[in-house]
Design a protein around this ligand. Structure first.
Ligand code: COI
Length: 356
């Protein structure tokens, strides 16, 4: 496919949009009318196509089902205050997607398929981008291995797809987190910084255990000493200690390189705040809490946006925070929201405008 080629679009016979109550959207439950599909076989990508959203059919031996060569991204498109539509930093998702592909020994997706495919799909689905505060059209690009064979080897065939889902807030209330010291999310040298499905599968049991104990999510610690904070699994984390924002550094390769994380850092620095990306131990958090200098904790992610943390449970020690009084989280969220709404300057060109 050449860059200038238009993507073939086959329209759905009927739109499902009017069946959906946009004032009551659960995350990832409803899907738009169309999806993008592109197939890779023996070293070559075929032309991407936009087709009506529908189930897909596979052979039971399909490699993904057995060995998990599967990666994905999460991106949001927003309806701006002037009625136009724009996608938040999608080029960063393309870069991370292809880093994940490399780590999982999968084919990389060319920029024109990922970006042109997404823009064309968004143009077709523009009526699905919600207008409501804290709502967006969540874009889910993903790719999986489609070889039909049980040998443990990288697939020679892959399917790349993009589906879209209108969404409201991922978390409806501030979170209570359990500091996890038994199970781990990622090990040094593993796949923690790849956005691969298995990372999410592996988090389900520890999260279920935390939920049984009355918490919303786990806060992961490092796999070697269970001492240093990692991330939350659905989002990166930030702490405010003595007025400084601190977030675990990415150096260990065990933490997802969050695009919202990076945006929070840049917005906070623009606001003149001091941001530290470094190792931070749970003991340091507990000591700062006892001193009264640890004042805020919040998560940052595409789905989660900025999600306040109201409680951290570490062994038998509880750290509680007043989510109403989180000045840093509130200010940073307000600026990010204003950029996404098109009512604040966008000096770095984060918003990619799309027609419709
Ligand atoms: C996202 O934030 O886009 C993610 O992929 C996280 C997922 C748990 C919804």
């Amino acid at each position: 496919m050449q860059h200038a080629d238009a993507i073939k679009v086959t329209k759905a016979e009927r739109s499902k949009r009017s069946d959906i109550d946009f004032s009551n959207l659960s995350f990832g439950k409803y899907f738009t009318d169309h999806m993008l599909v592109a197939d890779y076989s023996n070293g070559v990508w075929g032309d991407p196509e936009i087709v009506p959203y529908a189930p897909i059919c596979f052979d039971p031996s399909m490699a993904t089902l057995h060995y998990g060569q599967s990666i994905f991204e999460g991106i949001k498109a927003y309806r701006m205050a002037d009625g136009t539509a724009a996608i938040f930093r999608p080029i960063e998702n393309l870069k991370r997607f292809n880093r994940s592909a490399q780590r999982m020994e999968m084919a990389e997706v060319p920029e024109h398929i990922f970006m042109q495919g997404m823009k064309t799909l968004l143009e077709v689905e523009s009526q699905w981008i919600p207008k409501e505060y804290d709502h967006a059209l969540y874009i889910r690009p993903f790719m999986f291995a489609t070889d039909e064979q049980l040998g443990v080897a990288p697939s020679s065939r892959y399917k790349f797809m993009i589906i879209c889902s209108p969404v409201g807030p991922f978390y409806s209330a501030p979170l209570r987190l359990y500091v996890e010291e038994q199970f781990v999310r990622a090990v040094p040298g593993g796949v923690g910084n790849a956005k691969t499905s298995g990372n999410y599968a592996a988090s389900l049991h520890p999260t279920a255990v935390a939920k049984k104990r009355g918490f919303d999510q786990v806060l992961w610690t490092d796999a070697v000493e269970h001492k240093y904070v990692q991330e939350c699994g659905t989002m990166n984390v930030f702490f405010v200690i003595g007025g400084r924002l601190i977030t675990p550094s990415l150096n260990s390769g065990t933490i997802l390189e969050g695009i919202t994380r990076d945006s929070v850092i840049k917005v906070a620095q623009d606001m003149g705040k001091i941001v530290e990306e470094r190792e931070i131990s749970v003991d340091e958090l507990a000591a700062a809490y006892k001193e009264g200098t640890f004042t805020e904790a919040f998560g940052a992610g595409t789905a989660a946006t900025i999600s306040k943390i109201t409680e951290l449970q570490y062994k038998d020690f509880t750290m509680s925070f007043d989510s109403e009084a989180m000045e840093n989280a509130n200010e940073i969220k307000a600026i990010l929201t204003a950029i996404r709404d098109g009512v604040a300057p966008d000096p770095r060109g984060w918003m990619l405008h799309v027609a419709g």
